[in-house]
Write a protein that binds this ligand. Structure first.
Ligand code: ZN
Ligand code: ZN
Length: 251
């Protein structure tokens, strides 16, 4: 057993009786409750399971290398998307974002991907499917988009911040194309030492990603021409491709 496995595995025992005042407006407190090796098609990770006292969700961290006590650990936040991550839906690019995030972390000495179980930006799978359904039927999508866009951001970052604290990470470099994210984590006491832009060089592995992006030419429109809101809070940029712009405001 290596030293890094020791330091990480010890967290489960440390957290057995962990209680604190919690993070954020809802005082969320998390515990590290399980750690295991997880070989994946992208490379070898360890997976860390967290319990928390608020949302009943089983958030996890994918860990590469030795992160406990480490500084400037590359860190990516990903929100669960069952339709995209698992089923390969083309209504969003969550699966590509997840895979590319894992690949990026795997290419580094160490890194963390926090997989937040916040399906449909926190509205849940059922409501996300209902929003899709409204869009399919060409009904006015304002309500659907509002539903899909609703998200309790403050709580999201509170949980993520506590998870990073629980991993005893000294400081992180956030993998994001959205510099505003740094402020959100910083306000919960996370030392964000920098930002790593999530720009993927084009290669044979992401040809599909490029093709889908190209088809969308900057926007993802459903068959009736209505814009979708992005499901991840910030997008991946593929080198040479225009960034997805904000959905046009409908008048
Ligand atoms: Zn706590
Ligand atoms: Zn998605």
């Amino acid at each position: 057993m290596t030293i890094e496995e020791d330091s990480l595995t010890r967290l489960v025992e440390r957290d057995q009786d962990h209680e604190c005042n919690g993070f954020g407006p809802s005082n969320v407190c998390v515990r590290v409750v399980g750690i295991a090796e997880l070989p994946t098609r992208v490379g070898h990770f360890r997976i860390v399971a967290f319990w928390n006292n608020r949302d009943g969700k089983e958030h996890i961290a994918m860990i590469k290398g030795d992160v406990v006590g480490a500084d400037e650990v590359p860190t990516r936040l990903h929100s669960e998307c069952l339709t995209g991550d698992v089923m390969g839906s083309l209504r969003c690019d969550c699966r590509d974002q997840l895979l590319e995030g894992l690949k990026l972390i795997q290419s580094m000495d160490r890194g963390i991907l926090l997989y937040m179980r916040q399906e449909g930006r926190g509205i849940g799978l059922i409501n996300k499917i209902r929003a899709y359904s409204l869009q399919d039927r060409g009904l006015d999508t304002v309500e659907a988009n509002l539903a899909l866009g609703f998200r309790d951001d403050e709580r999201d970052y509170a949980v993520a911040a506590h998870m990073l604290k629980s991993l005893d990470v000294g400081s992180i470099r956030l993998i994001t194309n959205n510099p505003n994210k740094i402020a959100q984590l910083t306000q919960y006491g996370i030392n964000v030492a920098g930002r790593i832009p999530h720009v993927i060089p084009p290669n044979e592995h992401n040809r599909f990603y490029l093709e889908t992006k190209a088809k969308r030419s900057g926007h993802y429109l459903d068959p009736s021409g209505k814009p979708h809101l992005a499901e991840q809070s910030d997008e991946v940029v593929v080198e040479g491709m225009p960034a997805r712009s904000e959905p046009p405001v409908r008048s």
